[in-house]
Design a protein. Structure first.
Length: 316
């Protein structure tokens, strides 16, 4: 559905995106993550045909160049931008009618407004909607018609937790219908929940591309156990005797060790039982996708810098 090859985007002398390549298949949700200024929005807008990819490389959406063949591509793409701009004096229903006419999909917006909790807002002016409502409206309109690709830039900005979860279900329903989704986000739990693969961008370069699970396993760091030595002075000596690797101290008094699952955990639990302590005396922690992300962009889970490692096991 989407093929990006060697994409470089420049703004004057600034290289915003450098030699980025990836593809998005039917029914796949591909996430792009990275710090502010990493190039996420520039790539999303270029794929949607909203920005000239000045520099080099190519973009193909269903076999069309999204900029040079805009008319052919416009009926295939739905977009929800980070700051969607609608005419403030327009009404929700008027925008729905407009999108239905553009995409030759009469009546399609009614179901989408219901899905996103906006069914009672057809007569509301855009200026009367909250930021979260405008965001939901943009996502609903992005799905009007027989779109093959939906581009979502900062999908759930401004949404409360309930709306956020509902929006996630809507994205997964899109993928189940075979629609390709290109998603940018600063929410790592959102990316882990929705994305088939994730591309991590740093300074305009793609430094990793793989599934959230494999990125977490490769770059998330070790599983750990920690405990408060004041709870039982003898437990520290017991765990030291197991030969576990002690990690540098954090900001509190807790002592932390690297611990593989399940082998090391079983050994630790036996020590707790022998000491007459409950399993809750130690806290177990497994790495998350956010841990992997922070390490990939050069920030460890403790805030310290780490080495960047390029990973492309998921293919491009």
């Amino acid at each position: 559905m989407v093929q990006v090859e060697g994409l470089t985007i420049t703004y004057g002398s600034l290289v915003a995106v450098r030699d980025v390549s990836f593809h998005v298949g039917p029914g796949e949700v591909l996430g792009l993550v990275g710090p502010n200024g990493a190039g996420k929005t520039s790539i999303a807008e270029s794929v949607g045909g909203l920005r000239d990819p000045v520099g080099s490389g190519s973009i193909s959406v269903c076999g069309f160049d999204p900029r040079r063949e805009r008319k052919a591509v416009s009926r295939l793409i739905g977009m929800q931008l980070q700051e969607s701009q609608f005419p403030s004096r327009a009404r929700v229903g008027e925008l729905c009618d407009l999108y239905e006419a553009i995409y030759a999909a009469p009546g399609a917006a009614a179901r989408l407004l219901e899905t996103f909790g906006l069914a009672g807002r057809r007569r509301s002016l855009i200026s009367e909607l909250s930021g979260g409502m405008r965001q939901r409206l943009a996502l609903a309109l992005a799905q009007v018609g027989d779109v093959r690709l939906v581009v979502l830039d900062e999908l759930t900005t401004g949404l409360d937790p309930e709306q956020r979860r509902g929006t996630w279900h809507a994205v997964l329903a899109l993928a189940e219908r075979g629609v390709a989704v290109l998603l940018t986000s600063h929410s790592m739990d959102e990316v882990a929940a929705l994305c088939t693969r994730v591309g991590v961008l740093l300074d305009g370069e793609l430094v990793a591309l793989d599934s959230p699970a494999r990125l977490t396993a490769t770059h998330g760091g070790p599983s750990t156990i920690s405990f408060d030595p004041d709870a039982d002075p003898g437990i520290e000596q017991r765990l030291e005797a197991l030969g576990l690797t002690r990690l540098p101290g954090g900001t509190d008094r807790r002592v932390e060790y690297e611990a593989r699952r399940p082998t090391d955990y079983d050994r630790v639990l036996r020590q707790l039982v022998e000491a007459g302590l409950p399993p809750s005396a130690v806290t177990r922690r497994t790495p998350s996708f956010e841990d992997a992300y922070l390490r990939l962009v050069g920030v460890g889970s403790d805030g310290a810098g780490t080495d960047r490692t390029v990973s492309d096991k998921g293919g491009v």
